[in-house]
Design a protein around this ligand. Structure first.
Ligand code: WTA
Length: 635
């Protein structure tokens, strides 16, 4: 018997040692005992980080939706699978049982099939946090189509780039979305994006806000009438373990976003196992993760991980500040939430408000608090612990990435003693290591270095869609035979990890990963701009904010700088999305460059962070004089 649910520290160490000594046996036992397979695997793991190629449970046959839905029907058919909490607190919450979810997923699976979508086709999902989003994801998985969810805060350009990169044939969207007291015209954004996406021949539209939209004959259909006509049964497509389940885009240091490809069996086993342990999930718990399904956290820990365990998972359509800053806590009380999982940026924003917003609600149902997406600062950790957890609910600071598919380093609640700001210990099966600047592994404790993982885990991304070479270069070339995370970390005397942040040019703003390239491209679209560079600098609420250094063309120099700033941010909103707007924009005559012409973002970052006394050696720059000019005009 494998130990599926770790109950104390001694057991954790025992299980962890086994998972390292006999990783294949460890995962095989879990896969065997806790999931349904049409056929078992031929080999648990084959891997080669040089190629790189990783296969888990190769040869096995399954459908992930049978594991997330069908197998619960007999024992949990009338149990709530999804609680939908609408944006408007006066609109009634919806409780969708496993039986109802099954029927809804089947109907949509039939609609997709009737529209010609087949196994392996890519389907883009651009929906707000409404039940149809979860149903769409699961319907794709049921028919073997590869879903590519695009966060519904991205602009038309960003959406088009993602649709074209993965070759989606269909888009699922809604007329619009609610966000606090605003509405967003999602269908309008899709229409604009599709002017650049010739391969999309079908758009299915959910009616949510009842706005006036245009429907293109032959391409666009309202979803509801099609669902009404569709059959409520659907035989799931039998997939191979290594068939792609989904593509999810994440930003890189350079170039376009990377379409990370996750496959079926390993992803299922790992997200289910980690959900159970990291959230100490028990049968009657109500679990709520506030992330959007447009991000990996929503994929793994709103949909797949919880449903694979037969859990009740909450989907919230709105924002933490609407109708007031007590909304999260009101929802916790209303649905008696047991596990609450959110991001440090949300905690910091709420901690700034009056405690009244917290204290008027009964939070006694809470048993576990989680955080994810960026390092949590000590102050936010204590506020969360004192005021939300009342010092009784353990905080799990979960470290992971879009690429890792599931949580890799995290305390296990009621098992691992926690230290504020530390993600603590690797979960079973995870072998982290720290590398020094010269690419050597640091074996001792009380050190910091670059965080790598030296052995495969089941839910790791297998490739970048359409660009395996980039996958190899980004993750497997910096250090020999190890996966490089892009993060720095320190390890304390007992082996606990603390993640210190990105060591590459990815900037995390409010928990969203932003690559510099698409933002700089957007700025450079402005006719008055010659060149630009952006860096992050600390922000109390959002973790980081963006600082842009912009060189103007001659023609731009007479323009009013305030107008230019507005226009630049407008372009960023259009090309990337409002989350990427710059907080500060400094106009300059040059940017510090190496002799090979590469912008030295490291120097710009120090200037933006007001750390100019530690600039390091600037003499190797092509144009060292520009550094003084920039420092002289820093904002
Ligand atoms: C950062 C989110 C510190 C990290 C699941 C990582 C964190 C990036 C933590 C991935 C944490 C995530 N502590 N930093 N607990 N969790 N990060 O792909 O820099 O959106 O590389 O996945 O977020 O962000 P992504």
């Amino acid at each position: 018997m494998s130990s599926y649910h770790i109950k104390n520290l001694e057991e954790y160490y025992k299980v962890y040692r086994k998972s390292i000594r006999e990783p294949e046996l460890f995962w095989e036992e879990i896969a065997e005992e806790h999931f349904n397979w049409h056929k078992k695997w031929d080999k648990v793991l084959s891997w080669d980080f040089k190629k790189p190629e990783v296969k888990w449970f190769d040869g096995a046959k399954l459908n992930i939706t049978e594991n997330c839905i069908d197998r619960h029907l007999r024992t949990r058919g009338n149990k709530t699978a999804i609680i939908f909490e609408p944006n408007n607190p006066d609109e009634e919450a919806l409780h969708i049982t496993y039986k109802q979810l099954h029927e809804r997923v089947n109907r949509l699976a039939n609609v997709l099939t009737n529209k010609g979508i087949k196994k392996g086709d890519r389907v883009c999902i651009y929906l707000p946090m409404i039940p149809e989003l979860a149903v769409s994801v699961l319907a794709c998985a049921r028919i073997g189509a590869i879903h590519s969810v695009v966060f519904a805060g991205f602009s038309a350009t960003a959406l088009a780039t993602r649709i074209n990169d993965s070759g989606c044939k269909m888009v699922l969207t809604s007329d619009g979305s609610y966000r606090g007291n605003k509405t967003i015209d999602l269908k309008g954004i899709v229409d604009e994006a599709l002017t650049k996406c010739p391969e999309v021949n079908s758009v299915l539209v959910v009616k949510r806000i009842h706005s006036e939209i245009t429907m293109l004959a032959g391409r666009d259909n309202w979803l509801q009438p099609l669902l009404n006509e569709a059959s409520a049964t659907y035989e799931p497509e039998i997939m191979n373990a290594e068939d792609p389940l989904f593509i999810l885009y994440t930003s890189g240091s350079t170039g376009n976003p990377k379409g990370m490809v996750h496959t079926t069996a390993g992803y299922m086993v790992y997200t289910a196992y980690t959900f159970k342990n990291v959230f100490n999930y028990k049968e009657d718990d109500i679990y709520w993760c506030t992330a959007d399904i447009g991000w990996i956290t929503g994929h793994s820990y709103i949909i797949y991980g919880p449903l694979a365990n037969g859990a009740t998972t909450v989907m919230f359509e709105g924002v933490p500040s609407y109708p007031d800053y007590g909304r999260f806590w009101k929802i916790v009380e209303k649905h008696k939430v047991s596990q609450f999982y959110t991001a440090p940026t949300a905690i910091r924003a709420l901690a700034k408000e009056k405690l009244d917003y917290v204290d008027q609600y009964n939070l006694s149902s809470l048993k576990v608090l989680g955080t994810v997406g960026e390092p949590i600062n000590e102050e936010a950790w204590h506020w969360y612990n004192d005021n939300i957890g009342k010092k009784k609910s353990p905080i799990v600071d979960t470290w992971w990435q879009t690429e890792t598919g599931g949580i890799l380093i995290s305390p296990i609640p009621y098992v691992t003693p926690t230290i504020p700001t530390f993600a603590c210990l690797p979960l079973p099966g995870v072998q982290p290591c720290l590398m020094d600047e010269n690419g050597k592994e640091i074996k001792t404790n009380q050190v910091d270095g670059r965080l790598c993982i030296k052995y495969p885990w089941p839910s790791m991304a297998r490739t970048i869609w359409g660009d395996h070479q980039r996958y190899k270069e980004t993750y497997f070339s910096a250090y020999k035979n190890t996966y490089f995370t892009g993060d720095g970390a320190l390890r304390d005397t007992v082996g606990y990890y603390r993640i210190t942040g990105r060591v590459d040019d990815v900037i995390i703003v409010s928990g969203h990963n932003l690559g510099t390239a698409p933002i700089e491209d957007a700025i450079n679209e402005h006719p008055a701009v010659a060149e630009s560079a952006i860096v992050g600098f600390p922000d109390d609420i959002r973790g980081n904010a963006l600082y842009g250094f912009v060189i103007l063309k001659e023609t731009g120099k007479d323009r009013k700088q305030e107008n230019l700033r507005k226009e630049i941010n407008q372009l960023i909103t259009e090309h990337v999305g409002p989350i990427a707007k710059l907080k500060k924009i400094q106009f300059t005559s040059g940017l510090p460059k190496t002799r090979s012409g590469k912008i030295m973002r490291r120097i710009l970052r120090k200037i933006a962070c007001n750390e100019t006394e530690h600039l390091g050696d600037t003499s190797t720059l092509l144009n060292p004089e520009v550094v003084q000019e920039i420092i002289g005009h820093v904002l």
